[in-house]
Design a protein around this ligand. Sequence first.
Ligand SMILES: [Cu+2]
Length: 119
Amino acid sequence: MTKKNVWVASLATPVMIATLLLFAGSPSVTASNGASAANAAVKIDNFTFGPQALTVPVGTTVTWTNSDDIPHTSVSTEGVFKSKVLDTDEKFSYTFTKAGTYPYYCTIHPKMTGTVVVQ
Ligand SMILES: [Cu+2]
């Protein structure tokens, strides 16, 4: 092994460990629309966002559908996105173009919360 190779190897190991930790991190649900999923869905039903934690790749459009018989909203806690009041069967979509963790809640029922993790 040359000196350069040793340096590369010592750099690569912490990066690989960090990557493994990232994948092992949270037990959240991944988009189930196929490998290169560009779409994911959150169903609002019985005062609950489902799945409550959704992990998607960058560029994914997430669509919330209100399947409850009362109105709900989906509003980013940090002001990233904001739906109008969704009546039964109404939808709201937002495309996530930056990696990050996006908590959100229903402004009518603030105890209703969810998270989208974009990787
Ligand atoms: Cu609500």
